[in-house]
Write a protein that binds this ligand. Structure first.
Ligand SMILES: Cc1cc2nc3c(=O)[nH]c(=O)nc-3n(C[C@H](O)[C@H](O)[C@H](O)COP(=O)(O)O)c2cc1C
Length: 222
């Protein structure tokens, strides 16, 4: 089946989501945020296919499409990834985060990584970048476009997701867990599932703090 057929087929089946969920692109992008606690409700392959379809439509340098995805569903495989996250978290990342994060964010991240709530999502999408098609220094930038599409797609469908990179800090162990060869660098683990708690709007700085006109530091009048 071609990608076009795929999309047409999937578009004919309405996704499961609350009826009042605003799917306007700007509304979706404006409410996207990290979800670190999930219900047991499953996410269908049909839904994942939709997310991975838009992931693989992302831009990449020279269109080399270096992203590689492993969809992890089996509980024992998710638990193994969760254990790796917890080990890295407790080996030092937690202490650093406790110093640097807002207490509320820290509590959420701590539950996600330390208590295993992230890996308890029904699906973990492990994302890698293939160094055979893109220089290693460019892998992160080349693959993160695809990751963001997954996050936005999940939000549009009323699902929770979270960009996590902690497990990739021990790349060889992460590779071994999903069978990536040495040429594929792990870039992210994205849990996908139904949020256990209502996600409030993301807290972000105002445009005037981040956007400048003509030269950095000059106010942008727009
Ligand atoms: C590069 C990157 C790495 C991240 N790694 C993790 C991670 O390992 N674990 C985690 O729980 N969240 C991780 N996050 C999610 C951030 O903590 C989250 O996007 C940020 O705190 C904003 O939260 P919000 O989306 O809920 O507003 C990561 C985000 C980015 C962009």
């Amino acid at each position: 089946m071609s990608d076009t057929d795929d999309t047409t087929l999937e578009a004919s089946r309405p996704p499961r989501r609350p009826p009042d969920l605003d799917t306007d692109f700007f509304a979706v992008a404006g409410r996207q945020r990290a979800c670190r606690s999930y219900t047991n409700e499953d996410v269908s392959d049909e839904t994942l296919r939709k997310l991975l379809h838009i992931a693989t439509r992302a831009p990449s340098a020279q269109n080399v499409q270096p992203w590689r995805f492993v969809v992890v569903r089996e509980a024992h495989n998710r638990e193994a990834i969760g254990r790796l996250m917890k080990q890295i978290w407790e080996a030092g990342a937690r202490t650093i985060a406790a110093d640097e994060c807002e207490p509320e964010v820290f509590r959420d991240v701590d539950r996600g990584l330390g208590d295993g709530e992230l890996a308890a999502a029904p699906v973990l999408v492990v994302v890698g970048g293939d160094s055979r098609v893109v220089h290693r220094t460019q892998i992160q930038a080349s693959v993160i476009t695809a990751v963001q599409n997954v996050l936005l797609g999940a939000t549009a469908l009323g699902l929770g997701s979270c960009l996590t990179t902690l497990a990739t800090f021990r790349a060889d162990e992460m590779r071994a867990l999903v069978g990536f060869p040495p040429e594929i660098d792990p870039v992210a683990v994205i849990p996908v599932g139904h949020p256990r708690r209502l996600l409030t709007p993301p807290q972000r700085a105002s445009l005037s703090e981040k956007v400048f006109g003509e030269r950095y530091g000059e106010p942008w009048p727009g």
